[in-house]
Write a new protein. Structure first.
Ligand SMILES: [Zn+2]
Length: 280
């Protein structure tokens, strides 16, 4: 465990918001950001992710998979690519926190030239060996070994895992070509789905503060972007079609509606001030 200052304003003036096992999730009294004050040591982090990827099954990634989770992931990735293709049809795409590379394989099938960044050697090796995708094993928030430049960089549910999301965003920004677009998606602390979940369900699996270190709202994600000097952004709103059942789909639309969406979707444009974005 270590003591951590606010990742946005870097001060250490907090009040406790949640306790989860031994973890303390606090609100910064200076800027309002909600974050994990006592994360696990950085040297233990990679071990944690290796264990995370070792424990999961490895079914084949396809729309017709016998595994419902894989079919759901496929549909989500298809929607993410629809969002990207509303702005860019082709180009060099870097997925940060690419895991086993499912999104990258999907993007490649849509015509993008793809590479990934991943902290887990196991997950990165899967993408390299099974999907033939270039994956850089490194932490984008610390020293990293990338020298390329990209038209599109994606961070799907990654920023909330970072110890230093400001450094991560600044590093990622330096890899984006002029006119490029950064696509960010994070869980939303203000979502109705999160608010309604009982404590035992809020922090299950990958949502546990063993993994998540920042807890974003729309306002606090804007705050972080602006702290990094990234002011040319636009909110979007993806409602995932993850269920074929009408009532479940209806309930999901309600839970995701308006400002109560489960996820925040933001595109940040590099030197494209006049870009127009439609919201869904
Ligand atoms: Zn702060």
């Amino acid at each position: 465990m270590q003591i951590r200052n606010c990742p946005v304003c870097r001060l250490n003036k907090t009040r406790l918001k949640y306790s989860v096992d031994e973890f303390r999730i606090v609100t910064c009294r200076e800027c309002g950001f909600v974050y994990l004050a006592n994360p696990i040591a950085l040297e233990d982090e990679q071990h944690n992710y290796e264990r995370y990827f070792r424990s999961a099954d490895l079914p084949e990634y396809s729309a017709a998979s016998s595994d419902e989770n894989i079919r759901g992931a496929w549909r989500i990735n298809e929607q993410r690519l629809g969002w990207i293709k509303a702005h860019r049809q082709t180009g060099a795409l870097l997925d940060v926190g690419c895991g086993r590379g499912y999104f990258l394989e999907h993007a490649q099938q849509h015509g993008f030239i793809v590479e990934g960044v991943e902290i887990s050697r196991l997950a990165g090796a899967y993408a390299s060996e099974h999907l033939n995708i270039t994956v850089h094993i490194c932490s984008i928030e610390k020293e990293f070994n990338l020298t390329g430049s990209y038209d599109i960089i994606t961070l799907w549910h990654v920023l909330e895992h970072m110890h230093n999301p400001r450094a991560a965003l600044e590093n990622v920004w330096s890899l984006l070509k002029p006119g490029g677009i950064l696509f960010i998606q994070v869980p939303n602390l203000h979502s109705l789905k999160f608010q309604l979940s009982p404590a035992a369900r809020k922090w299950r699996g990958g949502n546990h503060p063993r993994y998540h270190r920042s807890f974003f709202t729309r306002a606090s994600l804007h705050l972080l972007l602006e702290a990094c000097g990234l002011e040319n952004y636009a909110d979007s709103h993806l409602i995932y079609r993850t269920s074929d059942k009408y009532l479940a789909r209806l309930a999901k639309r309600v839970l995701n509606s308006g400002d109560l969406d489960s996820f925040l979707d933001i595109a940040v444009f590099k030197e494209q001030a006049s870009m127009f974005i439609s919201t869904q």
